[in-house]
Design a protein. Sequence first.
Length: 725
Amino acid sequence: MSFTLDTPLAEAVGVTPAKALGRAFGMESVGDLVTHYPRRYAKRGDLTPILELPVGQPATIVAEVRKTQVRPMRQRRGKLVEVVIGDGIGEMSLTFFGQEWRANELVPGARGIFSGKVGVYREQLQFAHPEYRLFADEAEARENAERFAEIPLPIYAATSTLPTWKIEDLVTIALDGLGEVPDPLTPEARQAQKALPAREALQRIHRPETDADVHRARHTLRLHEAFVMQTALVQQRVAVRALEATPRPARAGGLVGRFDAALGFTLTPDQETVGIDIAAELAETHPMNRLVQGEVGSGKTLVALRAMLQVAESGGQSALIAPTEVLAAQHLRSITRMLGPELAAELVPTLVTGSLGAGERRRAALRVAAGQARIVVGTHALLSDTTTFADLGLVVVDEQHRFGVDQREALRAKGQNPHVLVLTATPIPRTVAMTVFGDLDVSTIRTMPAGRAGIQTFVAPIAEKPGWFARVWQRAAEEVAKGHQVFVVCAAIDTEATTVAARLDDVDDAPAPEAEDGAKGPRFGVRQVADTLSRQPDTQALRIRALHGKLPADDKDAVMRAFAAGEIDVVVATTVIEVGVDVPNASTMIILDADRFGVSQLHQLRGRVGRGGVPGLCLLVTEALEGTPARERVEAVAATLDGFELAEADLGLRGEGDVLGDAQSGTRSSLKLLRVIKDAGLIDRARTMAIDVLRDDPQLERHAGLRAMVAAQVGEVERAAMRKN
Ligand code: ADP
Ligand code: MG
């Protein structure tokens, strides 16, 4: 009998074990089982340090039996077997009730692997009724002691009903019956990359004889993951390039030239370079598909606007998609302002959002359908079927982290393959970009426009230093006294009304609920904070307004407009102001419950101030205690202004599963060994290999193994997407 990776598990290992594996790990096929790689390896010779075992957690250790004792139980009938096992330094006990026969096999000197939940009994570590397996080949072991002791012993992610050695047994059955498996690498590539044949790599990762086996097997399988993933992405990119798009060439002295001439400043070198790339791509006969990343305020929107002007040159329309209606409205205002009256009259920038009145919306839709509006701004609703464009040439997606491949596909279906430009202020490390946005080209704007006054960030740890809470509001008042404006951001719209006042009066109130990572439940709500500040002595004279998602759209817009016009001193808001809001006179960003936000979100919020000539101040108020991960996130943001550094820190703090998970859960589930940060070099190499292979053999006709694995991975991505819906 010979299995393939697609053979159903039940056929390979039997119905009951297959069910158990399915329940525990969602496995369905032989492929799922043989890619359940050992998490680590133990050595028969290296006993596991018992003293380091985490109490209350499941653990698997290699140890030797020291002492075995059978005695009657006090309270009830039957015998108790007590076994002491040791690692040479520490000892722990195993207990079995009513199983005297255990004493016959757990004899002093026997070695094995023991697995259970670590408990404590009379100050000694203990496993009650652990699972264990003794090394049966003890005789052989003694004969060949040195070599045997060095054989790595796989330890699998396991459950209480499926301990690691049961998984090992099932993997062995699957491997023994497994026939050929597809190998994505050609023999030449294997040699060049020092990789093992695929079948052998699987064998050695599960049943290594030496550490070198483990090393080479892991290297091989990691390379496979990177290579298959990059091949799928590059193929997707090639497919997009094969699509036809209307070229939108620039014209000397045209709209872009007129716009540039009227600008009160010169482009930064990066804006210039990225602008040249985009201009060239818009003139091509296949769709542009580009991501522009750069700090908040680095001038991405300006770059996008110039692209829109180039498209408008030949009568084409551009759609700008913003994450919220507030931001869409603001984009429209700032675009209209940047264009100046003449260009604005020519291009008719038009807002299309759900909050427009029926009549206004109809008129807007007409202007868009007739092609008169050459710049159209809105939210996702723009992608709905009801908006028709006369000639959609470019789609700009602003600050939309969750704008995945599918949405880009939907867009493409809407226009005649419009060019696509995605803007993001969340800097993405290059290899992550290659993984998550592998079908996009990436440009980076690193230089900031000159004349930025900079920003200082402080953490106000009000659990340890309650007095700082009042000080925060005094600072806010001082900034307003200097003629500046202040943002206050809360994690919630409403919370217990008492909290803010209690904090200011330093009255005891109920402790905040705490999450596992030390983050506190939201304590400060927009409405309560705005209300309390209006009544506190330090701040009551200030013009304070609340802004949040539950306000009618007109009100939100009015508040933002008034704030931008300097008619409000302090706006207390939820993260509706997270991205894009541009108020150069705002100097101060106060973030309450800062630990409730992610690193990149905090960084984005901070980017709202210190943008013009006014020096910025960011105060991160948190109750999270020193040393908790929640507090570390906040401290990390205070420690640097470098968005790229923070993005890497964010990955480190969040774990990359979350990062990839946001974007593409399918990609993530197909990555077992590969780590997008640590394996950056390998991913890079794999991308080059993928490009080389596809150049010679676009349909992978001569690369059957690779073709099969790409198909399997694309299938997995689709299955994951379907599970999500
Ligand atoms: P982003 O979209 O990256 O946050 P914007 O394009 O909105 O940045 O630019 C932020 C602000 O800086 C805007 O007011 C814009 O007019 C201004 N700006 C953009 N580029 C430059 C530049 N090269 N020199 C000076 N100011 C600039
Ligand atoms: Mg912007």
